[in-house]
Design a protein around this ligand. Structure first.
Ligand code: ADP
Ligand code: MG
Length: 277
């Protein structure tokens, strides 16, 4: 799966690494003594559907600090996935700016954005988006091909990820041969393989039962603690949102701060297994 170790491949990998290094010096601004990993300002994303314009994200602004756990809740269709895809550089807004570690995503071309994403951002999609003809292991390693880091540096990390996600005996199976929960865990390993500085997760516990959902959440929180990455999670589960440092709510494309953990429990949330919808 790794590029061959011949001279040409080695040179290509070095060149790619250089490009990433040059492009990604740590320019993260510091606000209130904390490093800002993500700054989203007045972002608009509209879709044209037939004769209608749908404003999926309407002047959204928010900031995420390094190491923070931010939850985003909101009704289905309110624009949560669209916002997450924009922040992760998978889609481009019509207006507004998205700055990751001090780097404006709009200033990068598709190539640079791809490498930047591979180096600093991890994404767990609402539907896993595994590549059907690749094995679990190959799917997990896809982001490593973008970065050209030394394969030795993945070895130990890969082993730990595979062990903590209980995937050791499933690595050589295709996604179609895995259960929904296993596919989800492969998608999580893929998002974590490059040690991202922000991990975006779109309803990562949405299709799991309570015990599995708790395991996945715990894994994401442990990963955040170990790697020091920020976690931005869309969830319907208020018991999960209640554990975030801050909770934002999306309504008709508009985003607002709903609650700060320091202020106490979420409005209307009494504990237990309630869900947003
Ligand atoms: P959520 O994740 O909160 O359920 P989405 O971000 O998926 O919401 O969708 C927000 C709105 O944008 C919805 O009205 C949806 O129909 C619309 N939308 C999302 N993706 C597209 C697309 N590719 N083309 C047209 N409309 C879209
Ligand atoms: Mg969604």
């Amino acid at each position: 799966m790794y590029p061959k170790k011949d001279k040409k491949a080695e040179a290509a990998r070095r060149a790619m690494q250089e490009a990433i290094d040059n492009h990604t010096a740590d320019l993260a601004p510091v606000v209130d003594g904390r490093k800002v990993i993500l700054e989203v300002t007045d972002v608009i994303r509209q879709y044209n559907q037939y004769d209608e314009v749908v404003t999926a994200v309407n002047r959204a602004s928010f900031r995420v600090f390094m190491g923070e756990f931010v939850a985003i809740v909101g009704a289905s269709g309110s624009g949560k996935s669209t916002l997450l895809h924009l922040c992760a550089g998978l889609d481009r807004p019509q207006a507004g700016s998205i700055v990751v570690r001090g780097h404006k995503l709009e200033n990068m071309n598709e190539d640079e954005l791809g490498k930047f994403r591979g180096s600093f951002l991890g994404m767990i999609f609402q539907s896993h988006h595994l590549i059907p003809h690749l094995t679990a292991l190959e799917n997990i390693l896809v982001p490593t091909l973008m970065c050209g880091r030394d394969e030795i540096s993945y070895d130990q990390h890969l082993k730990l990820l595979v062990a903590s996600l209980d995937l050791a005996d499933r690595l050589h199976h295709l996604p179609s041969e895995l259960s929904g929960g296993q596919q989800q865990r492969v998608a999580i390993a893929r998002a974590l393989i490059n040690r991202p500085q922000i991990l975006f997760a779109d309803e990562p516990t949405g299709n799991l039962d309570r015990a599995n959902a708790e395991d996945v959440l715990q894994l994401l929180l442990d990963t955040r603690a170990e790697m020091g990455c920020a976690l931005v999670m869309v969830t319907h589960d208020l018991s999960i949102a209640a554990r975030a440092d801050r909770v934002f709510k999306m309504e008709g494309g508009r985003l607002r701060l709903w609650n700060n953990r320091l202020d106490g429990i979420l409005p209307g949330y009494e504990g237990g297994e309630e869900s947003y919808e």
